[in-house]
Each structure stands twice: as structure tokens, then as C-alpha cells.
Design a protein around this ligand. Sequence first.
Ligand SMILES: *Cc1c(COP(=O)(O)O)cnc(C)c1O
Length: 332
Amino acid sequence: MYTRTGNPTRALLESTLAELEGGLRGWAWASGMAAVHAVLATLPSGSHVVLADDVYFGVRHLFETAFADQLAFTSADLSQPGALDAAWTPETQLVWAETPSNPLLRITDLAALADEVHARGATLAVDGTWATPVLQRPLERGADLVVHSLTKYIAGHSDLIGGAILAREESEHTQRIDELQKSAGAVLDPFSCWLTLRGMRTLAVRVRAQTRTAQILAERLDEHAAVARVHYPGLASHAGHPIAARQMDTFGAMLSFEVAGPDDNEMRARRVANALATFRQATSLGGTESLVEHRASVEGDGTRAPQTLLRVSVGLEHVEDLWSDLEAALAA
Ligand SMILES: *Cc1c(COP(=O)(O)O)cnc(C)c1O
């Protein structure tokens, strides 16, 4: 009748995404941030949110700008048990988690967190962008809402911007989300829905291939003398490895590493990024081409990313092409 209120291509994308996540239903948005915004806009004014401290920069930014007058938030390291105790207030309505987190790949135990959040009568929303439903399905672990940036792995080809919310069951939140999608209208356009559905046909094979390569690169970087630290949950030495092994099918294709050198030395990390050729420097992830970024520069003022850190999205290139590129750049 009118595409803002409903569209068959969007409906197919929403039901396919919900089925993949094991959710009851879904909503597709014009961007990942529009999806985040919609979840936050369902909260009564004056609500308090516990926000994962290593959360996607744009999400924190939204709290600090657009929602600054309506919502209060407290950051907490949700990868640590008991993190909610210190952060909780009588007005806490929502806990916002992200696992693996951005850019440090911290792992949060979703089932344990969901139990704790529900025992306190609040809602758990999880940003599942980095893991994709191929590797991790938060709704099956008790989360109430999952948010995705479709821009990344799900559409998968770095050629559109989109977002989605998936819900485990009907609730006050889902009624408001539904209303907001129709009335505020930040909907994903039908062509992007179609492109996303086409990208999703290869989602599983892309993510599995990228994950295999990421695991090999993480292991080799971990042994490299010019690398101080590798953040990848597939490494046995990673603090979140046992939980990731339980709640993810494999460990994903995102990793970050810190270039050896003094902590405030961002130039060395940037030189390595500039020396890479097969990896392109760009601030996205989840596409077919491998990307690298100096996260602190991309985030700018207020960044919490270490200056020595490079974030890597592993694409579909041959693992040896990627490794020789990394080796050469680290030697430069
Ligand atoms: C990219 C991203 C977002 C924002 O999505 P957009 O599609 O760029 O609006 C949110 N969360 C995570 C983890 C992301 O990587």
C-alpha cells in the first residue's frame, strides 16, 4: 500500500533474519545506527542504561548526543562477572551488550548476563554485528533483542548501509519498535533489502572461510616479534576464549593487534597500516576485501582504543597473500 508502512521485499528480509537468529520477528532499518536509535527510543524518558564499555563508538556517541537529555547511562565491563552490581540504578531499564566487542574483542557470557538482567527485571539487547547469526545467536541464550548492522557481514559486499532488530518475543519494546518503524520511517529501501537477501545466500560460506583465515593470521601474529598483543577469541590465551568456545560456533573474522613499542606511539601503528597493500585502509568490516584501520584515528577525540592498535576485518583473499602483506608491513 505504501512502502514506509510495509513492503514485501522488506518483509521477506525481516522474516529471514528472524528465522536465522531464532527470533519471533524482525525490523529492517536504514542503517545499523537507525536500528540502535529505534531500540533506545522505546525507553521511557529518564531511563538508565548499562552500556558495555568496549561498545561500538557510534552507540556511545548516540547516548552522549541525541539521547543526552533523555537517557542516562553507565559504562561497565560486561565481560566481568558482577559488572552490573556497581552500574545498576533503580531506573535501569536496559543493558546493552556487544560480544565480541569493538575493538578489543572482549567476550561477554550472554546466557549468564541474560539471567542476571532478567532477575533484575530489565531488558537485554545485544549488538550481534561482529559474530553474525552464523556464529552466535544471542536470542537463543536469553537476550531479548539483537541488533545488526547489515552493512557488514550480513549484506557482506560493502555496497549498502542497513540495520536490523530481531526480537525473541512480543513485548512493550517490540510494539513501540513496530510503531516507530512505520511512523518515524527510517526503513531500509526495497532494493537494499533485495541486495541484503542476495548477500545472505553466501553468508555462511563467507563467514566460515573468513574465520578460518582469521584464526591462522591471529596465531601467526601472536608469535611475531613486532606484535605486542593480539586480541582474538580463537587464541587459547584470550581471556574470553572458554566462553567464546561455548557460545560461538567459531571465533569470527575480526581481530585486532597492538604493534610493539611505547604505548603512546601511534606513528608506528600507522606506519604498519600505511605499509599494507592487500589490506585496504577503510573504516568498515565484514566485506569480501580485507580491511585494516587505526581505530583511534577513526574514532578521534574521546577514543578509548589504544594508539598502538590496528583493527582488522579479514576478507576472502588467500591466507598466504594476507600473511605476506602483514609480514612485509611489520618489517617496514
Ligand atoms: C558498523 C556498526 C554499527 C553501526 O552500523 P551502521 O550500519 O554503520 O549504521 C553498529 N555496531 C557495530 C558493532 C558496527 O560494527
